[in-house]
Design a protein around this ligand. Sequence first.
Ligand code: AMP
Length: 286
Amino acid sequence: MTAILLNNIKEVRENIKNWKKEGLKIGLIPTMGALHAGHASLIKKAKEMCDKVVVSVFVNPIQFGPNEDFDKYPRTLDTDRNLCDEIGADIVFAPSPKEMYGENTRLSNNELTFVCPPYNLVDCLCGKSRLGHFDGVATVVMKLFNITTPDYAFFGQKDAQQLFILKKMVKDLNLDLEIVHCPIVREEDGLALSSRNTYLTQQERTNALTISKALKEVSKYYEKGITNTQVLFDAAISVLDKNIELEYIEFRDFETFEKVSEVKNNTLIAIAAKSGKTRLIDNIII
Ligand code: AMP
């Protein structure tokens, strides 16, 4: 089956209006493209749960900081389309920044209405080094929700803070849809799949593997009955390659997002670190 490639909002709306008339359930998978097996797992899940599946492919300028990789982010729409065809997505929505944000040039909240999640969720973990990132994410996802009016929207645990924030947005703003939490897909050796893995040299990839190993070490310790986060932090650090530049390891209750000093059920253990110049994130939920 071939997915229809659409670049404009009006055409997406027309298709969706017709599907809704037929009472069909719609699933949305927002992505930035450079699709891999992690994205594929979300699209497959959507196929299982929904009648029609929309994959958006949009490298969203407002979620990148001025010194981040917006320009060099991989753009591979042709292969992305093939993957969507293979899995059986119905629409690939790949708008231009102009289609999404019009003629606004500064793309800041001087010119645009933003959705701003609560401070305590955005000024920690990835939000600390990526100022404004989650405002940009919440804003684009809200726009995609308004354009596609999905019944279900699929997000990966890979971006756990994003997942938490978007669930909160859906609840706080009474959005009539359900967020589906999808597990992290990893390479056989444990590296979490990411579009940014393509930036890694062989050596950087080898070093990056110690990020998922550090998380495994934490869960091994936890299984032995160790719950103190300082001890678990040290265990993780002991596994990380010395060339990995750690940004944070955080332990948060995944119900409240509060820091915990003792790990218990439903605790998020999240890492951000650089291998070479590439910033990577990974996590487990215990
Ligand atoms: P991105 O294209 O990086 O914005 O990601 C789009 C969606 O795919 C987000 O919900 C991500 O959490 C999810 N995703 C990215 N990598 C993975 C992975 N390795 N496993 C599962 N989901 C993923």
